[in-house]
Write a protein that binds this ligand. Structure first.
Ligand code: ZN
Ligand code: ZN
Ligand code: ZN
Ligand code: ZN
Length: 565
């Protein structure tokens, strides 16, 4: 397929060199690429997302030992992978010197061949922890997270979280279990997209609500149960007002019982499907398209983006300006392109992984407080560094010209790090959460697949049907039981704080493992993909992540606003 330029629209259509589908480049995009001094991509946004997302293994964690202090740790690197892995404390310490692994640049070899050699030698941090959002305290099972206290299996979260578990995308929150994407919440369980709320369970798209369960698209509500599209209501039960006493009676009959909660889940699903849904969950945005965008301007094809401006094709980023193709972090950065976990006051960083507080860096890995680096790994306070070796200004310029020319000649300059160098399998990474593939599809598209994902099976001490129905009947020694997931048969167990949380919130013991619960939430969140469909009321064309054949009634913004109560 040939690329063509449409003369009257200022956009051009390009065939993706990976999947061959046509995609559109907008005028705005071109000015950004020019500013970043990279050619316009020849890979479509979805393929670009996959190529980056495989580098972000947030929650496939393994037990292993630190290569320096021998402590037993958890790590995102599979023990079968070829890397030397240090615990994060050792990795950030002065007990080793990343410059001692320097590779002499060889003009006769390809850049990526040499970078691969370096990546295999330099020790890796077991988990990604952003210094910029503060340390993780007593939160061993945290990854791509910073500023968490007493966290457990918490990802892409921070700062200022305390006692949060099994969650992704939390900020400024406390006593939260099983939540996806939230800020400033407390005492919240099994919810998605929750803001400034307290005491929510089984909520979705909720803001400023208190003590409510099974609520969807509600704000300013208190003591509501099984409600959809309500504003500023209290003591509503399935969208009907009740007296306080009657409401309390009905809710207390359900809360804490696994069987009754499951019945309500089904009832609520059937009930909520009759109500119109917003085409997206964006709030306080100007000229944005995508979903879960907050307080932002000119963001296109974005997902889970807040307080940002002039952003394209980005996922899970905050407080940044003029960036494209980013996954995670970004905070207080600008002019970032094609990166994973780059941020903390960075500028002009391209095609890199976990670069913080740095400028003019390209094709680098885990590099911080540095400037003018190419192909570096774990470098700190570096300047004019290539493959972990320091150069004079003149030598640096000469090698940079050489690498840039090589990559441009191969038509890959500006493409993300080659997948062959990626430490993770497709199914270990967030690529699988957002664009799921079968093993065969992943391999056919050039990705690796990890067959040995660590999970315990067959060690259960209690079958699901033996777990007592009501939380009030669960004894303290329940935390010693090894449970088996009803979905995937993985073994799991409760932590002490978790049992205390379920008791406080009057919530039954979950029968699925934390990973299956996580996947259910991803499913309820909807995909990072958009379709055109028509408003079910006025027929206006809308862009939404509800696939056109889904059962939900989807309204454009103005029709939706007329409908809420
Ligand atoms: Zn493609
Ligand atoms: Zn260590
Ligand atoms: Zn499971
Ligand atoms: Zn409409």
């Amino acid at each position: 397929m040939e690329s063509e330029t449409r003369p009257h629209s200022n956009t051009s259509v390009q065939a993706c060199k990976k999947c061959q589908q046509n995609f559109i480049l907008e005028t705005d995009d071109f000015s950004f690429y020019k500013k970043m001094d990279v050619p316009a991509p020849k890979i479509c946004p979805d393929c670009r997302f996959k190529l980056r997302a495989i580098w972000r293994n947030e929650r496939t964690l393994y037990n292993r030992t630190c290569g320096l202090c021998n402590r037993s740790i958890i790590s995102m690197y599979n023990p079968n992978s070829p890397y030397v892995v240090y615990c994060n404390d050792c990795w950030v310490s002065d007990k080793w010197d990343p410059f001692s692994y320097a590779v002499n640049y060889d003009f006769s070899k390809s850049f990526f061949e040499q970078f691969k050699e370096l990546l295999l030698k330099v020790p890796k941090s077991a988990t990604y922890s952003s210094a910029a959002t503060g340390p993780n305290i007593n939160s061993e099972y945290a990854n791509f997270a910073g500023g968490n206290k007493d966290g457990y299996l918490i990802f892409n979260s921070g700062p200022n979280n305390e006692n949060c578990a099994y969650s992704r995308g939390l900020m400024e929150s406390r006593d939260v279990y099983d939540v996806y994407y939230a800020n400033t919440i407390e005492n919240t369980y099994e919810s998605i997209n929750i803001h400034k709320s307290n005491g929510i369970a089984w909520g979705q798209n909720v803001s400023d609500c208190i003590d409510s369960r099974f609520i969807l698209n509600c704000s300013g509500c208190q003591n509501c149960f099984g409600c959809v599209n309500l504003r500023h209501k209290s003591y509503y039960f399935f969208n009907e007002p009740l007296t306080r006493d009657e409401w309390l009676k009905r809710v207390s009959e359900i809360s804490g019982s696994f069987i009754k909660t499951e019945e309500i889940k089904t009832k609520f699903r059937e009930f909520s499907i009759q109500f119109p849904h917003r085409s997206n969950n964006n709030l306080k945005v100007t000229n944005c398209d995508g979903d879960y965008i907050f307080d932002s301007k000119n963001c296109h094809n974005c997902f889970e983006v807040s307080s940002s401006e002039d952003i394209r094709h980005s996922f899970s980023i905050k407080r940044s300006k003029d960036c494209a193709d980013m996954i995670g972090h970004c905070r207080t950065s600008e002019l970032l392109y094609n990166g994973v976990g780059v941020g903390a006051g960075s500028r002009r960083v391209i095609c890199s992984w976990w670069v913080e507080s740095s400028q003019d860096v390209e094709y680098s890995f885990a590099t911080r407080q540095s400037n003018n680096c190419i192909g570096c790994d774990a470098v700190k306070n570096g300047s004019l560094v290539i493959l972990n070796k320091k150069y004079s200004k003149e030598e640096y310029k000469k090698i940079k010209e050489h690498t840039t020319k090589e990559l441009k000649d191969k038509d890959i300059y500006g493409d993300f790090l080659p997948s062959e160098l990626c430490p993770f399998g497709y199914n270990e990474s967030i690529a699988q959460d957002n664009i799921p593939l079968t093993k065969e599809e992943a391999l056919a598209q050039g990705f690796r697949w990890e067959d040995n994902i660590q999970k315990t099976e067959g060690k259960e001490t209690m079958k699901p049907e033996k777990i007592l129905d009501h939380i009030k009947d669960i004894s303290d020694d329940f935390i010693n039981e090894v449970l088996i997931c009803t979905e995937c048969s993985r073994n799991y167990r409760l932590i002490k704080r978790e049992l205390e949380f379920y008791r406080k919130m009057v919530i039954p013991i979950p029968r699925k493992c934390w990973n299956c619960r996580f996947l259910d939430r991803i499913n309820r969140r909807g995909p990072y993909q958009f379709w055109k469909r028509n408003c079910d009321k006025c027929q206006k064309e809308i862009t939404t992540n509800y696939v056109p054949d889904r059962l939900e009634i989807v309204y454009c913004e103005s029709c939706y606003q007329k409908e809420v109560y």
